[in-house]
Write a protein that binds this ligand. Structure first.
Ligand code: CTP
Ligand code: CA
Length: 214
């Protein structure tokens, strides 16, 4: 199978020396990319800045901003069988990048932010993707209800929901505990290291794909 995985945070520049980002380490996405490659699939990993090594036998396109990730994903998605969107993409980006370093002048500073394009939300419509589509949902409350809204709203076959309100799961941690939201059922997985979880997820996603195309 041809598999596209997005991973990591994005970085949205404010001025030449500053940017907006989030706590995503990229570990979950890289583990998913690695598990697909180890299972013998052709993987393209599109990642924002992380400190991780690219897994063996994985094709890699580094990006920085949400806009760049949108463009790269749009370029490659059509030829993919499976796409897994693990990246923690910035929802808003500075309306303009200051050409010079912003000086500390007033007692407060207003930054105007504008919404980024929803990359996962562009998959079915704008990008015409008909394969198996998997999203992640990072939530601090109403986990399942919020994840289900993303499942239907973005046309996914599966949303992997992640409670990021506690230490030791989700952003920047080694392990994770997720709830799998399918259109017709919900499955809670026990806490596990991200590498183990990635292996289980890859099996689940491949099963889902085979059912979809059979
Ligand atoms: N996503 C994306 N492009 C964006 C924002 C999100 O591709 N601009 C993807 C993420 O990679 C993830 C899914 O959409 O697979 C859900 O991301 P999340 O941040 O949980 O949800 P949002 O739709 O951005 O909603 P909110 O942050 O308000 O919960
Ligand atoms: Ca978001």
């Amino acid at each position: 199978m041809n598999v596209l995985v997005t991973a990591g945070p994005t970085r949205e520049p404010i001025d030449p020396v500053r940017f907006l980002t989030n706590r995503s380490s990229g570990k979950m996405g890289y583990a998913v990319a690695e598990a697909f490659a180890k299972a013998g699939h052709t993987v393209l990993l599109v990642s924002g800045p992380t400190s991780l090594d690219v897994p063996d036998y994985v094709d890699f396109v580094p990006v920085t901003t949400a806009a760049e990730m949108h463009e790269v994903v749009g370029h490659h998605l059509k030829r993919m069988d499976i796409a897994v969107f693990v990246a923690a993409v910035a929802d808003y980006t500075p309306a303009k990048v200051a050409p010079q370093k912003i000086k500390k002048e007033g007692d407060s500073l207003m930054l105007e932010l504008v919404k980024t394009k929803d990359i996962l939300g562009s998959a079915r419509g704008e990008f015409g993707f008909a394969g198996t589509l998997v999203g992640f949902a990072a939530e601090t409350e109403n986990l399942e209800a919020n994840a289900r809204r993303k499942l239907t709203g973005k046309g996914c076959d599966l949303v992997v929901a992640n409670d990021v309100s506690e230490e030791g799961r989700g952003f920047d941690s080694h392990g994770n505990e997720v709830t799998l939201c399918f259109p017709d059922r919900t499955l809670e997985l026990p806490h596990a290291p991200k590498s183990e979880l990635a292996k289980d997820l890859v099996e689940t996603i491949l099963d889902l794909h085979l059912t979809k195309i059979s």
